[in-house]
Design a protein around this ligand. Structure first.
Ligand SMILES: Cc1ncc(COP(=O)(O)O)c(C=O)c1O
Length: 407
């Protein structure tokens, strides 16, 4: 079974607006197009339900029901319990709040492991805790390949480590890290894990329950949804960490680490992400199934399509002498987020690509640490070509022709 990209693209209004016609979108890691189901729900909420939810009048009751629907359906897709899923303003802010909670729970001298592969969001807030007496240990990537080696983590683990933070895949290296294996190492040493899934989730919503981390974060605006940060915190850890919300909200796990007032409309609209999974499943497979099963099948369809398109891109760029491909050249082990270090600054090449109808980005993408570790100046930055399952073979051809013209 292969992904029907005509059907997929019919689910995204962006593909039928004249302004974007002929423009091949290769900056999806910065933020994806939004699926129609999300846009429809957001519009409906703002037009007919924009009242304080959970009051007894009809508009309010419906508003609350829609928020609950999003919560329950996405938790089921992710393979976790409903209250283990929280909605916050962004992943960066969610990590920041978590770091405050860990700082309150930990005692000086205890340690947190961070990587130099992460986006700053899952790195800086933890590193700042050094000023509060927490020891920060850095799990370092291979400076040539960007690979994060689990055996190197073992060297850093001992009784004082309470938390290991790492990305499911980095937004510049692209290699998919073995979350379950790393979590098992951390757990064996008595530490929790916090996984930044922002660069992975757009390529198929993961079975977080099955993968096993204690915390898993991703951003809905990069996953066909609205501007929300989704965060899974498993019960065992969530009840141990001190509440960061209002004291009277402390009994609800999904409120403990999102102190800001919830964005009602955007949470409700997140149910559109579940609608989209359902629509893909119904179109390609059809029979009824549990949400997690549907999500798994949709994930595999997306990944297979992406891998088939990624292979020729990796082949084309890795054979050019003027190009340094960041991360592995094998499509199966990475996300289609392809950073290239070039002679010219990444942003300048991205500007040239725009003239060929290719929307791409250049810069450091807040991933200065991995770039520096690999000897790439963050100021000069990389060209990043990132796509998802809605990208077509014709767009890949357009990209490769444009690269031929500008490199
Ligand atoms: C890998 C990764 N982690 C975290 C973030 C931060 O997400 P947010 O914008 O929701 O704070 C980004 C954003 O680009 C990212 O690419």
């Amino acid at each position: 079974m292969t992904l029907d990209t005509d059907f997929v693209r019919s689910q995204f209004p962006a593909f039928s607006v004249p302004e974007l016609c002929g423009q091949a979108f290769f900056e999806n890691a910065g933020g994806s197009y939004t699926c129609g189901a999300v846009i429809d729900r957001l519009t409906r909420f703002y037009t007919t339900r924009k009242v304080q939810p959970y009051a007894p009048y009809a508009a309010s009751r419906l508003a609350g029901e829609e928020m609950d629907d999003a919560h329950a359906r996405l938790a089921a897709i992710l393979g976790v319990e409903r209250d283990e899923l929280s909605f916050g303003p962004s992943t960066t802010q969610n990590v920041y709040v978590l770091a405050q909670a860990f700082a309150e729970m930990m005692t000086p001298g205890e340690a947190i492991v961070v990587t130099n592969q992460d986006h700053e969001a899952n790195s800086g807030p933890w590193r700042r805790l050094a000023a509060r007496g927490i020891e920060i240990r850095e799990w370092q990537i291979d400076p040539e390949t960007g690979h994060l080696e689990p055996a190197d983590l073992e060297e850093l683990l001992d009784d004082s480590v309470r938390l290991v933070c790492f990305p499911h895949c980095s937004n510049v290296v692209g290699e998919i890290n073995p979350v379950t294996e790393i979590t098992a190492l951390a757990h064996a040493a008595g530490a929790f894990t916090c996984v930044d899934g922002v660069s992975y989730a757009p390529h198929g919503l993961p079975d977080v329950g099955g993968l096993g981390p204690d915390i898993y974060l991703f951003s809905a605006y990069k996953t066909y949804g609205p501007h929300q940060g989704l965060m899974v915190i498993r019960h065992a850890l969530g009840s141990l960490l001190p509440n960061q919300g209002h004291p009277f909200n402390g009994d609800a796990l999904y409120k403990r680490f999102t102190p800001a007032g919830p964005d009602h409309a955007q949470i409700a609209a997140c149910a559109g992400m579940a609608d989209y999974v359902d629509a893909l499943y119904a179109h390609h497979i059809g029979a009824e199934a549990e949400p997690a099963e549907k999500a798994r099948a949709v994930h595999d369809l997306m990944r297979a399509h992406e891998i088939s398109l990624l292979a020729p891109v990796l082949d084309a760029v890795s054979t050019r002498t003027s190009v340094r491909l960041i991360g592995p050249a094998e499509a199966e082990i990475r996300a289609p987020t392809v950073a290239l270090a070039l002679e010219r600054p990444g942003a300048a090449v991205a500007a040239d690509l725009a003239a060929h109808g290719v929307m791409a980005g250049g810069g450091d993408f807040y991933a200065g640490r991995p770039l520096e570790a690999m000897g790439v100046s963050p100021e000069k930055g990389v060209l990043r070509l990132s796509f998802t399952h809605y990208t077509t073979a014709a767009e890949i051809d357009q990209l490769l022709a444009a690269l031929d013209a500008v490199l």
